[in-house]
Design a protein around this ligand. Structure first.
Ligand code: NAD
Length: 494
């Protein structure tokens, strides 16, 4: 069926496309040992979509055992062959992009176009790391004595990938693509509200030629499936994208095994607009920095720091544009999709209610809404909180929804203090026409990535990650390979 037919069928009958519903272990679907199931929901309607396997320690044990065997094969596969298989996976992902996009939008609540971008970006990730697979060379070193010396760059072994629900495909692929390029095997634990695309991608990888056991997927909850996975001593690196609380727990879990760790955690990233900035660029930048993916982005520009001289103009233009955003079911491709779960929607609403009780000025939104076409679904109106003090809870805490906080500054020093004024340090956007201001701020702001005059600039070729409580380690770019390889120094007396 074409994507259009899948969508039409879903809206007419409520029947979702065919979905994989069991774990994927050793190159094929695998039933959960205990037989437990749970349901994933369509956030755009707030109704159950399909059930899937709930993994436990026994399932994780099978998956890791399979990954150990898979590593034995894949680690010894010639790099050029790894490269060819990853390229074939990218080709298949493009060929099947529409089906994957429909499932991604349906399961996560994002718009179809956002899902299409995620799938296209994931195909690029596979290609990018395919290109690196046969270039992971060591170096020869001149010791100045009678020893010849060189380094080998070796895969670390079995890797675990704990994935959140806001970017189920792209977060998964940005982890496993470099791991596979390096020769590692993987066990993936998708988020409990978005399990399906990970299962589809594992199957796609096998069809592209990946040997059985190299990528395994165990679905289910963080506690029942994620926790035993990260604790397994056979896992040599864990990459987790999630909340700070989960990241801290995983750090403690991996410590006894001295397992490598990449932590991609939360953010409260500032978009900083100076008085000389192009106001329309600021407004468009801020609009999509916070309302893309309904604000459920770790690196969302969730704080707009604006110079007092342009504050009123920027705020008023932003309110007009944000009010006009069309909200609706992701598969109808509105401007802004749903909130991923009823639980998360309630948390967003609580944050804003508490701000209201503190007397914060809400200049737009501040309410739950429904899909105007159906009266269903889990949605939150685009919301803007104006002129907040730096100590306000809504400034300091990640809300992870379509809620923008505006802070006003009078000079560059204050802008910098506000920008660095939370425990997070993930991304920052700077809007100014003055190249010196831009460069000074880019150097001084604490963030893993800084963009100037275009908030979402960047791509898979650049490293991505955070500082402080936003985590550590870098994904994407050539830096993304570092977690999955280790150097071995070899000397030969001659
Ligand atoms: P979460 O921490 O609740 O869950 C993330 C994943 O961790 C899920 O798969 C979950 O099942 C698993 N998990 C939970 N407890 C676990 C445990 N004890 N052991 C192992 N795994 C466990 O986060 P979420 O609500 O799914 O995602 C939202 C959070 O993720 C936000 O804080 C957001 O900022 C962050 N995030 C960060 C990035 C980044 O790149 N820095 C990207 C996307 C999301």
């Amino acid at each position: 069926m074409t994507a259009d037919q899948l969508i039409a069928t879903y809206f007419e009958t409520g029947r979702p496309p065919d979905l994989p519903r069991d774990h994927f272990i050793d190159g094929r679907p695998a039933v959960a040992e205990a037989g437990d199931r749970m349901e994933s929901f369509d956030p755009g309607r707030g109704v159950a979509l399909a059930d899937f396997a709930v993994g436990d320690a026994a399932d994780v044990d099978r998956a890791v055992t399979s990954a150990v065997a898979g590593f034995g094969i894949w680690g010894a596969t010639p790099p050029a062959q790894r490269c060819a298989i990853l390229n074939e996976a990218a080709r298949l992902m493009r060929a099947e992009a529409e089906q994957l996009s429909v499932v991604e939008a349906l399961d996560s609540g994002k718009t179809l176009n956002e899902a299409r971008d995620d799938i296209a970006g994931s195909a690029r990730l596979l290609e990018y790391y395919a290109g690196a697979a046969d270039k992971l060379d060591g170096r020869s070193v001149n010791l100045g004595n009678d020893n010849a010396a060189f380094t080998l760059r070796e895969p670390v072994g079995v890797t675990a990938h704990i994935v959140p629900w806001n970017y189920p495909t792209s977060t998964l692929v940005r982890g496993i693509a470099p791991a596979l390029a390096a020769g590692c095997s993987a066990v993936v634990k998708p988020a409990e509200t978005t399990p399906f695309t990970a299962l589809m991608i594992a199957d796609l990888l096998v069809r592209a030629g990946l040997p059985a056991g190299v990528v395994n997927v165990v679905t289910g909850t963080g506690i029942a499936a994620g926790a035993p996975l990260v604790r397994d001593p056979r896992v040599r690196h864990v990459t987790i994208t999630g909340s700070v609380a989960t990241g801290v727990g995983v750090m403690q879990s991996v410590a006894p095994n001295v397992t490598g760790l990449t932590l991609e955690l939360g953010g409260k990233s500032p978009l900083i607009a100076f008085g000389d900035a192009d106001v329309d660029k600021v407004v468009d930048g801020a609009l999509w920095a916070i309302f893309s993916n309904a604000g459920q982005i770790c690196s969302a520009g969730s704080r707009l720091l604006v110079h007092r001289s342009i504050h009123a103009e920027v705020r008023d233009k932003l309110v007009i544009k944000a009010r006009a955003l069309r909200i609706g079911h992701g598969l109808r491709n509105p401007d802004m999709g749903a909130i991923n779960s009823a639980r998360h929607l309630a948390q967003i609403a609580d944050h804003v209610e508490n701000a209201r009780k503190r007397g914060v000025e809400i200049v737009l939104g501040g309410t739950r809404v429904v899909d105007p076409d159906t009266g269903e679904g889990w949605f939150y109106a685009p919301t803007i909180l104006d002129d907040l003090p730096e100590s306000d809870d809504a400034v300091l805490r990640e809300i992870f929804g379509p809620v923008l906080v505006i802070q006003v500054f009078d000079d560059e020093a204050e802008a910098l203090t506000l920008a660095n004024g939370t425990e997070f340090a993930l991304a920052a956007g700077i809007y100014t026409k003055d190249i010196s201001t831009a460069l000074r701020m880019a150097r001084r702001v604490d963030a893993g990535q800084v963009t100037v005059n275009d908030y979402w600039a960047g791509g898979i070729e650049l490293p991505f990650g955070g500082n402080r409580k936003s985590g550590f380690g870098r994904e994407k770019g050539l830096e993304g390979l570092e977690a999955y390889t280790r150097s071995k120094a070899v000397t030969l007396a001659v």
